[in-house]
Design a protein around this ligand. Structure first.
Ligand code: 5AD
Ligand code: SF4
Length: 484
């Protein structure tokens, strides 16, 4: 079949595609360009795309890559889902995210039917790695054009080409990643701060968590690739990087020449132009003293550790397959604080894990009071099909879990308010991230400890480091004023 705008047929184009990556993807981007120009001519304007990202930093980073590919083809970004190419990058860590996605796909379908039959609807991310989700989409949402998984992100151009060529839904879900594909285009959300993947996947199999099933086994990027990316970012104006991995502590273990995460951080510090280095997420079971030492000595690594505890009950932690006890965790916190008294600690906590009793929950309340987090993400346990915890009979009644959740959130608020209060009146360096949409004449930035500060200013401050006096503490954030 000959495709509109091509001398060659679709088969010829596919047959001639290079097999190596990323050359193959650049080839398809080039091949899509004539089609794109024709499609623009038919609409009388440049076609637009919109990506809706759900879930974590990994997905945010993947969306930047997807965005880079679409821009390379020629698409312009649209602010809303009323675009010509709409892509949902989904999350499946908790059930409520899934429910939201189905509702919104229905809305997109109506949009496509009523207004823009040429519209392309694509779905990717963690939900797509679940066979039952894909089966439901194929059956009930036939208007979707593209479905691909977490290991196929880099193939967007090729998949879009196939969809256009065949004219029906293309589904491409890989069970496991083959290699880490480097050097694809990427479109950053901020010009001055960026995420850098250092590894993909997770081998921990915490009993409640679906991530290891949808993101596959751990794979580390080579240090030279990570550093090259950081250097290029720095050259283009990035000053703050966030190193990303499901458990950064296991970084580098499977490389041909193994490198520890602490060693990688030391190398990252050498990159000229980078002023702040953050990382997410270290697992409490194997956070090394070497890492604490490197952080303590560093001028660039932010003194903020996000250290997900999940529960304060050693009994529940064992059931969760976390490989540490409450005492181990508290001892780790003490080691971190001894090396860095000014460190900010944040965490993730799950309430209502199957079998959690009132005593277990009180252990969590006790831990929170002892650690004194600057902030914490709290989640109601969500049953994920396929995980070991989902098979446990003894699920906590929803009412009980919610009541505990409210108590926990109340206590965390109290503590984080007190923690933030202690810094009120001090002056600290803020990286300005955006113009405040709600408060006219204000900008918003982040302290090294990750807390937000709003203070009077305009867009000329974006991406700049400013000394700000933290005049008023509002619990999770400050109102400030620029010094000098
Ligand atoms: N239910 C509730 N919270 C979960 N998380 C992961 N899986 C679940 C689940 N099944 C939370 C954990 C993790 C964070 C990213 O999401 O706290 O650290
Ligand atoms: Fe999930 Fe545990 Fe892996 Fe984190 S470490 S992604 S909670 S399995």
């Amino acid at each position: 079949m000959r495709m509109k705008g091509y001398m060659e047929t679709g088969e010829e184009i596919m047959r001639a595609a290079p097999s190596e990556e990323p050359a193959r993807q650049y080839y398809f981007m080039e091949k899509l360009k004539p089609w794109f120009l024709k499609a623009c001519a038919a609409q009388g304007r440049t076609l637009t795309y919109n990506i809706q990202t759900f879930g974590c930093q990994m997905n945010a980073k993947d969306s930047e890559k997807l965005s880079g590919i679409l821009r390379e083809i020629g698409y312009e970004e649209a602010a809303t889902e009323e675009a010509d190419f709409v892509l949902y990058n989904t999350c499946t860590v908790r059930e409520n995210a899934n429910t939201r996605v189905y509702g919104r796909i229905g809305y997109l379908g109506r949009l496509k039917r009523s207004r823009s039959p040429h519209m392309k609807i694509a779905l990717c991310g963690c939900m797509m790695q679940e066979a039952h989700v894909v089966a439901k989409l194929q059956k009930s949402y036939p208007f979707v054009d593209l479905i691909f998984g977490t290991h196929n992100i880099y193939q967007l151009a090729e998949l879009l080409f196939r969809q256009i060529y065949y004219g029906h839904m293309v589904v491409e879900i890989r069970e496991e990643a083959d290699a880490v594909v480097e050097e694809l285009p990427s479109e950053r959300k901020f010009s001055f701060k960026a995420g850098v993947n250092i590894m993909y996947g997770c081998n921990n199999f915490c009993s409640y968590c679906i991530v290891p099933y949808v993101r596959g086994r751990e794979r580390s990027r080579r240090p030279e690739d990570i550093l090259r990316e950081m250097e290029e970012m720095a050259k283009s104006g990035v000053t703050e990087v966030m190193l990303l991995g499901q458990n950064v502590n296991s970084y580098g273990k499977t490389l041909k020449t193994p490198v520890s995460f602490a060693e990688l951080l030391k190398l990252a510090e050498e990159v000229e132009g980078i002023r702040r280095i953050r990382f997410m997420t270290p697992h409490p079971k194997d956070l090394s003293d070497e890492l604490i030492g490197v952080m303590a000595e560093s001028k660039k690594i932010c003194r903020h550790v996000h250290l997900p505890v999940q529960s304060g009950s050693s009994r529940i932690l064992k059931l969760m397959n976390r490989h540490y006890t409450k005492e181990d965790y508290l001892a780790l916190v003490a080691r971190i604080r001894a090396a860095m008294p000014d460190v900010a600690l944040t965490t993730d906590i799950i309430v209502g894990y199957p079998g959690e009793t009132e005593e277990d929950f009180m252990e969590t309340m006790d831990l929170v009071s002892r650690v004194r987090y600057v902030s914490a993400f709290t989640f109601l346990y969500s049953k994920r099909t396929g995980t070991p915890a989902a098979a446990i009979k003894d699920q906590v009644p929803e009412e009980t879990a919610k009541e505990r959740y409210d108590r926990l959130v109340g206590r965390i608020r109290e503590i984080s308010g007190e923690m933030a209060q202690a810094d009120t009146g001090k002056t600290a360096e803020v990286l300005v991230e955006e113009v405040n949409a709600k408060r006219h004449g204000y900008v918003t930035g982040r302290l090294a400890n990750n807390l937000l500060v709003h203070f009077p200013g305009d867009e000329s401050l974006l991406g700049r480091y400013v000394d700000v006096s933290l005049t008023e503490c509002m619990g999770f954030y400050y109102i400030g004023s620029q010094k000098g």
